[in-house]
Design a binder for this molecule. Structure first.
Ligand code: DQA
Length: 155
């Protein structure tokens, strides 16, 4: 083991917004049949492989998601956020992501641009590093890998 240059642990906040607690049974034609528990287990497995530590929260309440972003300041190196329907409405989450300032990746299971027009606008995209949309549960994994690649490139 190289003790001179140990690999840095990346602290990553994972936020799941409203209705995502129903994953697995909710509109499987859009969101697939994978439960939130399985998504989180998949993320934990990947995190263990990549030397990352996760803090995971699902909430149906906008303020709780804002609070989680505030509480992660000083701890998180980055975040994944599937803000669910708040993606399309929440200036509060836009402001909180901007204030938190760590890189965040916007995640969607479905391709929001192939759905109703009201889903085509994201309030949080301008304050996110990137967006992954449309790969089902794999969107989270791709987003985590992308975020870690980005963090590893930082000095
Ligand atoms: C979603 C897409 C949103 O438009 C929707 O409100 C969700 C889930 C997705 O993961 O595809 O709740 O964020």
């Amino acid at each position: 083991m190289n003790t001179q240059n140990p690999k840095k642990t990346h602290h990553i906040l994972i936020l799941h917004g409203p209705n995502l607690n129903l994953l697995g049974s909710r509109e499987p034609q859009y969101y697939g049949k994978t439960t939130l528990e399985s998504v989180n287990a998949m993320l934990e497995e990947e995190a263990a492989r990549q030397n990352a530590e996760l803090r995971i929260l699902q909430s149906n309440h906008e303020g709780a998601l804002v609070d989680a972003l505030h509480q992660a300041i000083g701890w998180a190196d980055g975040a994944l956020i599937n803000a669910g329907a708040y993606t399309h409405t929440s200036i509060a989450l836009h402001d909180a992501l901007r204030a938190a300032a760590f890189p965040a990746v916007e995640v969607h299971l479905s391709n929001i641009y192939a759905r109703e027009p009201f889903r085509h606008h994201s309030c949080i995209a301008p304050v996110c590093l990137a967006q992954v949309s449309g790969f089902g549960a794999q969107s989270y994994l791709l987003a985590l890998r992308g975020l870690i690649c980005h963090l590893e490139k930082q000095p």
